[in-house]
Design a binder for this molecule. Structure first.
Ligand code: BG6
Length: 477
């Protein structure tokens, strides 16, 4: 009952939540840098409050994060000790093109990731690279309005060509946009979009989505041209919507909500806009401008695999006042009375993970890659600085077991599994350090104080054994 022989076990990070060093070696400012911790965070993330630079009284956790920029060797060594086969990380776009529209890349930025990938190579760890994990150079936001402009496709293409060429011998697994559907819920965080009074937000978002989808298809094209061994994936913030009741209206609402997410992957994997999305644009008076050649580009360059994050399932209802609300991955949802929730209100549902995998595989019939899954929790180190995170082990074990069932019982093709936040770093939704996911504790608090010392937790030893046995979670529980 083990996992497939070549299964890629590992962990995942994102540049803006881990690297810090936001202004070193020529790096330009980006949207992700100027999202403060505290009360204003949500308004900035959603594009309701424009903040294009730092304000003196606010704290910006991405500036320093956990300084992986200077600790990457130590961190990757720890990942190797756990036996990682793969390490997911993202490129900070503004390290490579500080403004975003230059013709020549910043050599210091390229050299940094080269060192990171070479370190991975020394430990036989396959990098899985997210080309953009939410970040957009600030100059592209202030000059072009970010992804609302079609020019972004050229800038992104330029970035991709540089990355694929420079790292041809070091990287073959790429993801184009992290959680591409997140643009609908946190448009500034996910895509650098802000809105002025009276603007048609839905139209702007979907116009930006179209640009990203074309850019993603072109990235796939270029990746295959530069190196036929390259494999390119899309990336969805997944998690099935269940109907709140068996009332047909709730069933229809759950289907509508699921499709809102699938629409992105329908384009990236099947190569065309689904009719239900086109019809909803028509109904809502949303006019998305497309070039004549776009349909052909989308059709010709579909992704090789489907990657996704899964933390929780969700619940949908047609009744506006039904059920309590709870949090979940920037998407508040109806509370499912059958599930427990994390300290941050995210519903814990391992069987929902298996169901989500089955849905995605049925729909797309392409290999899946689970690139985020994990438990955000408040870890309290003992007097020796050690965290006994049994709750995290329990969460991960149940999800790994569910994934095993999806593979061995249901026949779902899964390439690998990277847990989210394999080392502690800043939370995307709340900007806290206190919300930790890692196997390695990092001494840093919500206000940016701490030594940055790294200390393996109990889950470190456990995950090492899971990998060594190719998926046996049983010996601890
Ligand atoms: C996903 C993102 O939405 O969930 C990550 O891709 C994020 O960037 C992760 O960190 C967990 O969310 P949070 O808000 O707990 O950090």
């Amino acid at each position: 009952m083990t996992f497939p022989k070549e299964f890629l076990w590992g962990g995942a990070t994102a540049a803006n939540q881990s690297e810090g060093a936001y202004n070193l070696d020529g790096r330009g400012l980006a949207n992700v840098d100027v999202i403060p911790h505290g009360e204003k965070r949500r308004a900035v993330m959603t594009g309701k409050l424009q903040m294009f630079d730092f304000e003196p009284d606010l704290y910006y956790p991405a500036q320093g994060a956990v300084d992986m920029y200077h600790h990457y060797e130590e961190d990757i060594k720890y990942f190797a000790e756990m036996g990682f086969k793969t390490f997911r990380l993202s490129i900070a776009w503004s390290r490579i093109f500080p403004k975003g529209d230059e013709f020549e890349p910043n050599e210091a930025g390229l050299a940094y990731y080269q060192r990171v990938f070479e370190t991975c190579q020394r430990y036989n760890i396959e990098p899985l690279v997210t080309i953009t994990h939410f970040d957009v150079p600030m100059h592209l936001i202030t000059t072009y309005g970010s992804w609302r402009s079609r020019k972004m496709i050229d800038f992104y293409e330029r970035l991709c060509r540089v990355l694929f060429t420079r790292y041809k011998n070091l990287v073959t697994h790429w993801l184009t946009f992290n959680e591409i559907n997140m643009i609908l819920h946190a448009p500034f965080l996910a895509a650098g979009l802000t809105f002025s009074e009276g603007e048609n937000e839905a139209e702007i978002k979907y116009q930006a989505v179209h640009h990203q989808l074309v850019a993603s298809a072109l990235a796939t094209k270029i990746a295959h041209e530069v190196n036929p061994k390259n494999k390119v994936g899309c990336m969805l913030a997944a998690g099935l919507y269940y109907p709140y009741t068996c009332h047909p209206n709730d069933i229809a609402e759950a289907q509508r909500m699921n499709r809102q997410n699938y629409a992105f992957i329908d384009v990236q994997s099947r190569g065309k806009y689904p009719s239900y999305l086109l019809k909803s644009w028509e109904r809502d008076g949303i006019n998305v401008v497309m070039d004549l050649a776009d349909q052909e580009i989308l059709k010709a360059y579909t992704v090789d695999f489907i990657s996704f994050s899964y933390y929780a399932s969700r619940v949908a209802t047609a009744e506006p006042n039904a059920g309590e609300r709870t949090q979940g991955n920037l998407l508040p949802t109806i509370r499912n009375p059958h599930l427990e929730v994390s300290e941050w209100g995210w519903q814990i549902d391992p069987l929902g993970f298996r169901s989500t995998m089955n849905e995605l595989y049925d729909r797309y019939q392409k290999p899946l890659f689970v690139v985020e899954n994990g438990l955000g929790a408040h870890d309290v180190p003992d007097t020796n600085g050690y965290v006994n995170d049994e709750y995290r082990i329990a969460y991960l074990a149940k999800h790994i077991d569910a994934m095993r069932d999806a593979i061995l019982i249901d026949g779902v093709d899964v390439m690998g599994y990277t847990t989210w936040g394999c080392i502690d770093f800043v939370s995307a939704s709340t900007g806290e350090m206190k919300k930790r996911y890692g196997f390695i504790y990092v001494d840093r608090d919500n206000a940016g104080n701490g030594t940055l010392q790294r200390t393996p937790k109990a889950s470190f030893t456990w995950y090492k054994k899971v990998i060594a046995t190719n998926g046996d979670t049983s010996f601890i529980r």
